[in-house]
Design a protein around this ligand. Sequence first.
Ligand SMILES: Cc1ncc(COP(=O)(O)O)c(C=O)c1O
Length: 425
Amino acid sequence: MLFFGNQPSSVAFIFSPTRFSHRPVDKRRRVGYRLYMLNIDHELSSLEQAGLYRRLISLGSASGPHITIEGRRVLLLASNDYLGLAMHPRMKAWAQEAAAAWGTGSGASRLISGSTTLFDELEDCLARFKQTEAALVFNTGYMANVGLLQALAGPEDVIYSDELNHASIIDGCRLSRSRIEVYPHRDIEALAGLLEKCGHARRRIIVTDAVFSMDGDIAPLPELAALGRSYDATLIVDDAHGTGALGPTGRGTLEHFGLAGSPDIIVMATLGKALGSFGAFVAGSHDLREYLINRARSFIFTTALPPSVVASAMEALNILKDEPELCRRLTQNAEFMRAGLKTLGFNTLDSRTQIMPLLIGNPDKAVAMARRLFEEGIFIQAIRPPTVPQGASRLRITVMANHDIQDLEWALDMIGKTGKELGII
Ligand SMILES: Cc1ncc(COP(=O)(O)O)c(C=O)c1O
C-alpha cells in the first residue's frame, strides 16, 4: 500500500529494522531503538495528527513522464527533470563512458585529489553558458547556497532574503550569522525601505530564488538588480528552476530578462533539475571562484562529484544547444496546463513557469486530493508546511517537455473531476 500523507500506519513499521532487512530482529537492538526514540515518537505522532507527516514513495522505474509505483503505471506530474534529459540516450552514454574511463568515484575532495580536467571542462562550459568569467561546481544546490552565503557573509553583514526563498538559502543565511532581513515576497518597495534604513554594514547582499520552487512565479530581477546598484548591495540569484527552462536559449531567468552575464549579479544554478544530471554551480567572476574555493566549507570539506555526473552535466549543455525544441515544448506544455487549470477554476497563484501550484489551503485536503489522483493514475505531491506557509497547502504540478498533450488533457479532466468531488472548485 502506498503511503500518502495521513494514511493510518504504524510509526514502528517505518522505523522497524525489518523494513530494511529480512534478517530476524535482534530484540536487544529494538529495545535500544525504542529508548533512543522516546521523544521522536511523540513528535512523529504530532506530525501525523497535524496532517504533516511525510513519507518516501519508492518508484519502480526511472523518473519520466510515466513511472511505475508498486507495479502500476502512472502519469508523473511532479518531476524537476523538466526537459526529460535524465533518460536522454546521449546523457547516459556520456555517463557510461566517463565511468569506464575515470571510474565510479572521485576519491577525495577537489582540494585533496578529486579535481580532474573533467571539472575544468565543465566549469568552462558553465561559465560560457551563463556568460560569466568563471564557474565553480558544488555537489548540490543546497550545498552551493549554504557555501556561498556562509563564505560571503558574516556577523558584520546584512542579507536581504525573500520570504519564500528556498530552504537552502534560509539555512545559508543562518549559517552566515549575518543580520537577516526577510522581505515580503517579491515586494520591491518593502525591500527598498529596508535597504534605506540599513545603517552600517560591511557587505549587503540581496538573495532571491529566480523561479520560486513552490509557486512557479518569477522574481523581479531587473528591479532587484537596480535596487542592488542603488544601495551598494550584491544580488545573488538562485536559478535552480529557471536554468534549462527559461530564456530564448534555456540559459535561465537572467537570459529571460536580458540580464545574462551582468557582472554585478552572482548566479547559483543546479545541474540536477532541467539539466538532468546532478550537482550545482555558482557563476560569477574569477575572484569569486577563487574566494569560494578558499572559503566555502561545503565546497572544501566534501568528496567531489563522480565523473559520470560531471560528464553528463557537460553533455546536457550540448543537448540544450542541439535540441532547442525541448525548451519550446516545455513552455508550450506549461502554458497548456496552466490555462487548463485556470479554466477549471483552480487558483494557480502567479505561476508563469513549468511549476504550477494548485492552491488548496488545508493540508488534509491537499493529501486527499493527491491520493484520489493517484488512484486515478496521476502522481502529484501534496506540499504542506513547513515547505509552504500555514494555510497554503497545495498540489505542486510540474510538466516536462516530453509529456504528450493527450496525457495532459486527460490529467486536466481527472484533476477537474477530483477537485469538484472534494469541493476544491
Ligand atoms: C530554489 C532551489 N534552490 C536550491 C535547491 C537545492 O538544489 P539541490 O536539489 O541540487 O540540492 C532547490 C531544490 O532542490 C531549489 O528548489
